[in-house]
Write a protein that binds this ligand. Structure first.
Ligand SMILES: NC(=O)c1ccc[n+]([C@@H]2O[C@H](COP(=O)([O-])OP(=O)(O)OC[C@H]3O[C@@H](n4cnc5c(N)ncnc54)[C@H](OP(=O)(O)O)[C@@H]3O)[C@@H](O)[C@H]2O)c1
Length: 417
């Protein structure tokens, strides 16, 4: 019979309270929350004072507690708590994607060294069971691509820009009023949140621990009404879509960027705060998962599912990582993009290997063509500073080693010029 776990909970905000509610209203699974650590002494709590502590050691040093559930909003302190817990032989459940993406290597090593389990289904796409699906169902299949909509805030904003023709600023304001975007929305709208999830998913899909700073994240902050008009006229929606792909030589590429989505795509009808993930396998073909990517109860339910798995002794096997499924990470890929620019000098910086469509006027100029991802990485700050906009026009990420060498040589020559 599964053991009734004793839980030490860190954080009693949106997700912490969601977990508390879901746990207390679930009929099938029972566990005891023994103590809850929070930060602010002046906040009113919906639980009795004897459950609350402000001292993390009261939980970490309690031998009765066998599971730590970490749901705080501070990635640095979360790492301190989680690594201390693992070192003490306690199993951990967390939803903290930023902490995970930054410290995956160390956290993987700590699990192996101390023979403990660290589960984090809620960290990637909320209630969508993507990590467990990759770990369990797709553990032996060679995957070709994982893509989708990993961030509900940006999806809500982008949905409003297309369906209600709101400007980016107005859509962001509405998202903040409805509680889908934080007062400081940087993490979401600049694509960092989606990138952290991308790094986590890449490990379970392809076995590779990617450094988050190596992954390009282009967000939606420079989206202009003209871009919305262009997409609408062609019948596209705009979505922020990470693409993680296994290429030739088992190299893996990953990026987060806006993308024009055609009606035929599974992602087309994933609107508002919803998330969607497409997993493409060599033999299984395309699988599509959709669900709530955030929110108190959906995320609490994902955390509870991990706690329940722990009660049965579940651990991630990281099979593809152990078997060195992927060789290494590369940004040496070509993409088909729409690039809205201001001056001809902008076009000199973002070089296209092939131009398929071009429009120039006093108010609005764009190019649609093929370019090397490295040009976008090298010019990300320039793009943001000058309010230029980049969107993928499809999900094709092509690898061409010969062509790439030429492209990097060009970049190197320019850098020294
Ligand atoms: N919200 C979502 O839908 C969602 C979805 C997926 C993943 N996540 C992740 O889940 C985590 C929690 O998010 P949230 O939305 O629940 O955050 P939140 O509502 O801001 O709550 C954060 C909680 O953490 C506590 N806290 C902060 N620093 C602490 C510390 N040093 N020691 C103890 N407690 C501390 C706060 O204490 P006080 O109550 O005293 O302020 C608060 O209870 C984050 O990593 C987030 O990225 C959230």
């Amino acid at each position: 019979m599964a053991k009734k776990l004793k839980i030490g909970l860190f954080g009693f905000g949106c997700v912490g309270q969601g977990l508390y509610y879901v746990l207390n209203n679930s009929t099938g699974f029972k566990a005891d929350i023994v103590k809850i650590a929070v930060k602010n002494r002046d906040k009113k709590r919906s639980v009795t004072a004897d459950l609350i502590t402000y001292d993390k050691w009261e939980i970490l040093n309690n031998p009765e507690i066998d599971v730590i559930v970490e749901l705080i909003d501070d990635a640095d302190e979360a790492f301190n708590i989680v690594s201390e817990a693992l070192k003490r032989g306690k199993h951990v459940v967390t939803a903290n994607k930023k902490m995970l993406a930054i410290h995956l290597e160390e956290l993987y090593a700590l699990q192996q060294k101390h023979n403990v389990s660290l589960l984090y289904e809620a960290s990637a796409c909320g209630s969508i069971p993507i990590i467990r699906s990759l770990e369990e169902y797709f553990d032996n299949e060679e995957l070709e691509k994982v893509s989708g909509i990993f961030n509900g805030t940006t999806n809500y904003i982008l949905t409003k820009t297309i369906s209600e023709k709101l400007s980016y600023d107005n859509a962001l304001k509405q998202a903040q009023e409805k509680g889908f975007a934080e007062t400081d929305p940087t993490n979401d709208v600049e694509g960092f949140d989606a990138k952290f999830k991308t790094v986590i998913i890449a490990l379970h899909a392809f076995g590779l621990i990617i450094k988050q700073e190596d992954v390009l994240n282009l967000g939606i902050t420079t989206l202009h009404d003209n871009d919305i008009k262009y997409a609408s006229e062609k019948g596209y929606k705009i979505k922020l879509t990470p693409i993680i792909q296994c290429l030739a030589d088992n190299k893996v590429s990953a990026l987060v960027s806006p993308r024009f989505i055609k009606e035929s795509s599974q992602l087309y009808n994933v609107d508002n705060e919803f998330n969607g993930v497409i997993v493409e396998g060599k033999f299984s073909g395309e699988q599509f998962l959709q669900g709530r990517g955030a929110g108190s109860y959906p995320t609490g339910a994902a955390v509870l599912s991990d706690i329940s798995a722990l009660s049965h002794g579940y651990k991630y096997e990281y099979k593809k990582h152990v078997q060195k499924h992927a060789s290494d990470f590369t940004n040496n890929v070509f993409l088909n993009v729409y690039f809205r620019y201001n001056t001809t000098d902008d076009l000199k910086k973002i070089k296209f290997t092939e131009i398929k469509e071009q429009y120039t006027s006093k108010e609005y100029s764009y190019v649609v063509g093929k370019l090397n991802l490295q040009y976008l990485i090298d010019n990300k700050d320039f793009i943001l500073k000058n309010k230029l906009f980049v969107s993928l026009v499809d999900d094709v990420v092509s690898y061409d080693a010969t062509n790439f060498i030429k492209a990097t040589e060009k970049i190197a020559v320019e850098a020294t010029a």
